[in-house]
Design a protein around this ligand. Structure first.
Ligand code: AMP
Ligand code: ZN
Length: 115
C-alpha cells in the first residue's frame, strides 16, 4: 500500500461511510471509533477523525481541536472498558509501521500492558 493513498481509496473512509463493516465502539459528529480487527491487547480500539488526514502530524497542523478530542474519546473508552488506564499510539510513516494512511489512534487497554 502506498503512502500516497488518497481519501477516495481509503479503507477507513469506507469504514466511516459504512461501506465496509466495523464493530463500532463510539461515534459523534466528527469522530468514529471501532475495534481493531487484529487486537494487540484485550481491548484494542481505533479512534479516527471522520475527515481524512494522512497522519497525526497533518491532523495536529490542520485540526488540533480534533486531535485533542481524539485523546478525550480514548480516555472515555478506557474508563468504560477498564479502569481508565490506556496506551495511545499513532504509528506515523512506513518505517513506524503505519499501514493505513488515514490517521488513527490505537487505544490499548483492558489489562496490564507489556512495556
Ligand atoms: P497501523 O499499522 O498503525 O496503520 O494500523 C492499522 C490497523 O488497522 C491495524 O492494527 C489493523 O489490524 C487495523 N485494521 C486493518 N483493517 C481493518 C478493518 N477492516 N477493521 C478494523 N481494523 C482494521
Ligand atoms: Zn480516509
Amino acid at each position: 500500500m502506498s503512502e500516497a493513498n488518497e481519501a477516495n481509496d481509503c479503507l477507513f473512509c469506507k469504514i466511516i461511510a459504512g461501506e465496509i463493516p466495523s464493530a463500532k465502539v463510539y461515534e459523534d459528529e466528527t469522530t468514529y471509533a471501532f475495534k481493531d480487527i487484529n487486537p494487540k491487547a484485550k481491548v484494542h480500539v481505533l479512534v479516527v477523525p471522520k475527515r481524512h488526514y494522512a497522519n497525526v502530524a497533518e491532523l495536529a497542523e490542520k485540526d488540533p481541536a480534533e486531535l485533542a478530542h481524539i485523546a478525550e474519546v480514548a480516555a472515555s473508552i478506557a474508563r468504560d472498558a477498564y479502569n481508565g488506564s490506556f496506551r495511545l499510539v499513532f504509528n506515523t510513516g512506513l518505517d513506524a509501521g503505519q499501514t493505513v494512511f488515514h490517521v488513527h489512534a490505537h487505544v490499548l487497554t483492558g489489562e496490564t500492558l507489556d512495556e
